[in-house]
Ligand binder design. Structure first.
Ligand code: TMP
Ligand code: MG
Length: 219
C-alpha cells in the first residue's frame, strides 16, 4: 500500500458541551488553513440551512415541539443529507472540519433518556471521522466563562447529563474504531493557547493528508 497517489483530505470533528469554545476554535482553525492556502471546508451540525435543518432550528429555539425520537432522527437525517458532499470533498483532497457530528446526536438524545442503542443506530455507516477532538472544560470554569444562551439544552442540569453520555460515546468510539479516533483536549486557557494545543494535534494529519479509504461509522 504505497501512499503517494491515494492521499485524501482529513475528516476532523470537534465535539464538546455547549459554550466550551468549540465554534470559536473551529473558526480559527479554518481561518488558519485558508491563510496557509490549504483547501478546507467547515461543516456545522446541525446544518440549519436545509429544509430538515430549518425544522431542527425551530425545535432548538422552542418554536416547535417534537417527539424525542422524531427530532433524533431528523438530526441524523441532517447528517445523511450532507454525507455525500463530505465524502466527495475528502476524496478531492479537501480537509473537512465538522462542528459537532453524530456524537452530539447520541449524547444529547441519550441524556433525555432514549436508549443508547437506538441513538447509535441511525448514524451507522456515515463517513467515519479520522479524529474527533472532544473539548473539555471543568463545570466550574464553564459556568464562569459565559452565560448560556436561550436555546433548548442550555442548562446546567442537561449539560451535566450530556457530559456523562459523552463519556459512554467516547468508550464506544475507542472500542469500535481505536483509541486514536477520540482525543480529549482541554479547553482551559486563552483562545490562543487552546488554538495552539489543537494545532499541535492536527498539523501532521492536515498537512500530510490521510492514506486509505474513508471508514464507516460504527461499522
Ligand atoms: P449548536 O449550538 O452547535 O448549533 O448545536 C445546537 C444544539 O443541538 C446543541 O445543544 C447540541 C444539539 N444537538 C443535538 O441534540 N443533536 C445533534 O445531532 C446535534 C448535531 C446537536
Ligand atoms: Mg448552541
Amino acid at each position: 500500500t504505497s501512499s503517494s497517489s491515494s492521499r485524501r483530505g482529513a475528516f476532523i470533528v470537534f465535539e464538546g458541551l455547549d459554550r466550551c469554545g468549540k465554534s470559536t476554535q473551529v473558526d480559527r482553525l479554518v481561518q488558519r488553513l485558508d491563510r496557509d492556502g490549504h483547501k478546507a471546508r467547515l461543516q456545522k451540525f446541525p446544518d440549519r440551512t436545509t429544509a430538515i435543518g430549518k425544522m431542527i432550528d425551530a425545535y432548538l429555539q422552542s418554536k416547535a415541539e417534537m417527539d424525542d425520537h422524531a427530532i433524533h432522527l431528523l438530526f441524523a437525517a441532517n447528517r445523511w443529507e450532507c454525507a455525500a458532499a463530505i465524502r466527495r470533498d475528502l476524496e478531492n483532497g479537501i480537509t473537512v472540519i465538522a462542528d459537532r457530528y453524530a456524537f452530539s446526536g447520541i449524547a444529547f438524545s441519550a441524556a433525555k433518556g432514549l436508549p443508547f442503542e437506538f441513538c447509535l443506530q441511525p448514524d451507522t455507516a456515515l463517513p467515519l471521522p479520522d479524529i474527533t477532538l472532544y473539548l473539555t472544560l471543568p463545570p466550574a470554569v464553564a459556568s464562569q466563562r459565559s452565560a448560556f444562551g436561550v436555546e433548548r439544552y442550555e442548562t446546567v442540569a442537561i449539560q451535566t447529563a450530556v457530559r456523562e453520555q459523552f463519556g459512554l460515546v467516547a468508550n464506544e468510539v475507542k472500542k469500535r474504531h481505536g483509541d486514536g479516533k477520540w482525543v480529549e483536549v482541554s479547553a482551559e486557557g486563552s483562545i490562543e493557547e487552546v488554538e495552539e494545543r489543537i494545532w499541535g494535534l492536527l498539523e501532521g494529519m492536515i498537512s500530510g493528508g490521510v492514506d486509505g479509504r474513508i471508514g464507516e461509522l460504527w461499522v
